[in-house]
Design a protein around this ligand. Structure first.
Ligand code: SF4
Ligand code: SF4
Length: 258
């Protein structure tokens, strides 16, 4: 996180109160949407690209930078415009142009989880942010509700089951093939959808017809299915079941190696 953001470090529980309000009348309005590092979760990408009507591939290409974390996990960052302010590509004179689908961290600001392992929240804001001088008071719980964060937390929780998996705690890293697999299933969802619907995928995996329809029609279901596929393929979890004949083939192949 940018050093400027560490000015305030008040630690809060879900029911603690803080004062904050952000609105157009403030002289700092929009200044926080420049030159900022925003890491996007798969659900952020789903919402943003669906909101502006782009395919996942087009959105990722146009608006993001893909990096690799230490464990080989893909990190997706929102690409700022190359103007003098390094503006967010979505900021307009009257505020966020994708407000309904803005990313998790833009919603949470100025509250952030203390850490991935601890309960509680930190309040962190730029010194130039005038929102703290406004009188409106919230508990963290009220703020999260107001900002529509619950669905993001729910979807991100499923992604954490991938990124905080024991596999990494034991010191393993993803090779580039596995990192690409994860990126496709979690971020480039249109590509993943083509992969599962235009190959023999459902001849191999035992998925109920009803489940297949849901994955086809509902992008949140598709993303959750992507997480299950990743956990099955990368970590050997039983999040997906092979059809009996495929399982037989697998066992025969294993026996053949012994
Ligand atoms: S009050 Fe803070 S969050 Fe709102 S526009 Fe100003 S700097 Fe940004
Ligand atoms: S996505 Fe919206 S709220 Fe977030 S930095 Fe860009 S313009 Fe600001």
């Amino acid at each position: 996180m940018n050093e400027e953001y560490t000015e305030k470090h008040q630690r809060l529980s879900l029911y603690d109160k803080f004062k904050f309000s952000c609105h157009k009348g403030l002289s700092c309005f929009n200044t926080c949407c420049n030159d900022v590092n925003i890491f996007l979760t798969p659900y952020d990408v789903l919402r943003m690209r669906r909101g502006i009507g782009l395919s996942s591939g087009e959105f990722l290409e146009r608006y993001t930078i893909a990096l690799l974390g230490e464990e080989g996990l893909p990190l997706v960052v929102l690409k700022m415009i190359e103007d003098e302010n390094k503006s967010c590509p979505f900021v307009l004179s009257d505020g966020c142009g994708i407000y309904q689908d803005r990313p998790w961290s833009c919603r949470m600001y100025p509250i952030f989880p203390a850490s991935s392992k601890e309960e509680g929240f930190l309040i962190e804001g730029k010194p130039s942010c005038l929102g703290f001088k406004e009188g409106k008071e919230w508990t963290v719980k009220e703020w999260k509700k107001d900002q529509g964060i619950d669905i993001y937390d729910k979807m991100n929780e499923s992604y954490k089951a991938v990124t905080f998996h024991d596999y990494f705690q034991k010191g393993n890293k993803l090779d580039s093939g596995k990192a690409k697999m994860l990126y496709k299933a979690c971020y480039d969802m249109d590509e993943f959808k083509r992969f599962i619907f235009e190959t023999r995928f459902f001849d191999i995996y035992d998925i109920e017809k009803e489940g297949i329809e849901k994955i086809k029609e509902d992008e949140e279901e598709l993303l959750n299915f992507g997480y299950r596929w990743v956990r099955s393929n990368l970590f050997g979890e039983d999040t997906l079941k092979l059809k009996d004949k495929e399982m037989d083939k697998l066992l025969q192949a294993k026996r053949g190696k012994q």
